[in-house]
Write a protein that binds this ligand. Structure first.
Ligand SMILES: Nc1ncnc2c1ncn2[C@@H]1O[C@H](COP(=O)(O)OP(=O)(O)OP(=O)(O)O)[C@@H](O)[C@H]1O
Ligand SMILES: [Mg+2]
Length: 527
């Protein structure tokens, strides 16, 4: 290169040239500094991101990596990726780096590595192409985020969900998850099928109210809404099968949604067995009362016989019968037929199998009906009944026929205890009396049947509610009366206790809960 002759270069030009050279030099230096800084920043970023980064060539050899990767795998440049990550000696079947080399795009995958100690590591992998100035892919960058902890949590969650489902499905009682507004079944367990006959899948999406009888749906909808327990209710299963269940409802959360959790216990078999036993005991009571009832029936029959005899005689003798006497006779016959009818109907009602559903009943009325059927027995033995009934007694939830059975059992026992005491003590025994008292105490209806009989010793008292426990002679008592009564009272959510009466003798105290205003079914029996 030729130098410029000195005479051609003025001093000004030389100065300008020097300044230009200095400016260009400074700009270049500044650019270099900036580039260095940027490079350093990228390097720092590359080194300190909390994931491993490698740069790989098309043979999957590692040509660069960050500190995280170095700390984790201790690699050497040139190692194969699959060797370092997974201890393999050939490439993985599905490889995102390979796909990036093929199509020049980014790819994501999830990778798992089995450690030597049997544990597993999981990563989320993302790859991206590195291109040269001509746009050719010269390398692939692979970033891996360790998600082992999250994966373990997910696995744990899946395991606990499976466990929960196994428990949920194997609970012997049907459990249903309901929408709290529509009562639609959102989920349920396998036991639904064994009780209702429908598979869980068949029930999903249906309303739980459909299991109730049409006329009771409104009533039970109210109870479900208020999460009130529902006891001994009739429901309809597949093919119209009738079943009796207890239902417990609790508001809950299910997958973040507000729901009603409903647990159902099928009590049909228990109730049927109890009903059979109770029926047998009832028929035994009826048998025992046959003499009294015969006597009771004899009275109206005698009146009818007398009236008809009188009329026949008058007609045979051709004697005129004054109209007022004729009317009187006709009325007597009519009244006594009605009376006999009443006794027969009552006996038939009592012998009838009781219904298993509970409804509102008046206790005073049931007590009086029990006394009606039994009064002859007491009159014959000169046992006086002292009544003390609360005329404003609220109704209770029960079944009139079964409650009557309880009262008759108590009256029979009182009669036997009084008779026994009289046999033992004769003149020294107190008056033969039975006290029947009803009252409202707090939110309970209380009934007391007390007597002046033998009383019950402490030892015997502990056993009297057990089935087949009796102190009566063979052939006289089966020992079922009180155990059946206990079962019936419990079914009505009541209590039965025995204490000593101040005048001697035994005192049975019964208590029944007064139903909530929502339980607004009609009073069907009693007063
Ligand atoms: N009022 C009472 N006074 C004294 N003892 C009683 C009284 N009530 C029950 N008991 C005692 O309790 C026992 C059990 O009574 P429960 O009614 O269960 O059977 P039972 O009367 O012996 O036989 P069933 O009632 O089957 O004919 C009686 O045998 C008697 O010993
Ligand atoms: Mg008895």
């Amino acid at each position: 290169m030729n130098p410029i002759p000195d005479n051609l270069v003025s001093e000004d030009m030389a100065l300008a040239l020097t300044i230009t050279t200095l400016i260009v030099g400074s700009v270049i230096i500044l650019l270099i500094v900036k580039l260095r800084r940027q490079r350093q920043e990228y390097q720092t970023l590359f080194e300190s991101v909390p994931c491993t980064i490698t740069v790989q060539d098309k043979d999957f050899r590692i040509v660069g990596y960050n500190r995280e990767f170095a700390d984790m795998f201790n690699p050497t440049v040139g190692d194969y990726c699959y060797q370092v990550y997974k201890g393999r000696n050939k490439k993985c079947e599905v490889c995102p780096v390979e796909r990036t080399f093929q199509d020049g795009k980014t790819h994501t995958s999830e990778e798992t590595r089995e450690n030597q100690n049997g544990t597993r590591k999981h990563w989320i992998v993302k790859t991206a192409p590195v291109t040269n100035a001509q746009g050719e892919i010269v390398a692939a960058i692979e970033m891996c985020l360790d998600v082992t902890a999250r994966k373990m949590l997910e696995d744990e969650l899946e395991r606990s969900e499976k466990k929960y489902y196994a428990i949920f499905d194997n609970i012997p009682n049907p459990v249903l998850v309901l929408d709290p507004e529509t009562y639609e079944v959102l989920d349920g367990n396998k036991s639904i099928e064994s009780v209702y006959g429908y598979t869980k899948e068949a029930v999903l999406g249906k309303s739980f109210l459909d299991f109730f009888t049409a006329e009771e749906r409104k009533h039970f909808e109210f109870k479900l809404k208020n999460s009130e327990p529902i006891n001994q209710v009739k429901q309809i299963g597949r093919s119209g099968k009738t079943l009796y269940v207890n239902i417990r409802v609790s508001p809950s959360e299910y997958w973040g949604q507000k729901v009603l959790l409903v647990t159902v216990s099928d009590i049909t078999k228990r109730l049927e067995a109890e009903q059979q036993l109770s029926q047998a005991s009832k028929l035994a009571t009826l048998g025992e009362m046959a003499t009294g009832v015969a006597h009771e029936l004899n009275q109206p029959l005698t009146v009818i016989k007398m009236a008809s005899g009188f009329l026949t005689k008058k007609i045979q003798q051709n004697e005129p019968i004054p109209p007022e006497i004729l009317t009187n006779m006709a009325e007597k016959i009519n009244n006594n037929v009605e009376r006999a009818n009443k006794i027969i109907n009552h006996m038939r009602d009592f012998a009838r199998k009781s219904d298993l559903t509970l409804e509102k009943i008046g206790v005073n009325g049931v007590l009086e009906r029990a006394y009606d059927i039994f009064s002859q027995q007491l009159k014959l033995r000169k046992i006086e009944v002292i009544w003390n009934l609360d005329e404003n007694l609220p109704s209770i939830m029960g079944d009139a026929g079964r409650l009557e059975q309880v009262f008759i059992n108590l009256l029979v026992n009182a009669r036997d205890a009084i008779e026994k005491r009289w046999e033992e003590e004769e003149a020294a025994a107190p008056d033969k009396r039975i006290f029947i008292t009803t009252a409202k105490r707090n939110d309970q209806v209380s009934v007391e049947v007390c007597d002046t009989g033998t009383g019950i010793s402490k030892g015997v008292r502990a056993k009297i509610f057990e089935p087949f426990f009796t102190t009566k002679e063979v052939g006289k008592g089966t020992g079922l009366g009180l155990s059946i009564s206990y079962g019936i009272v419990k079914d009505f959510r009541g209590q039965i206790r025995v204490t000593s009466h101040p005048e001697g003798g035994a005192c049975f105290q019964l208590e029944f809960p007064i139903p909530q205003p929502s339980e607004n079914k009609d009073v069907t029996n009693g007063r």
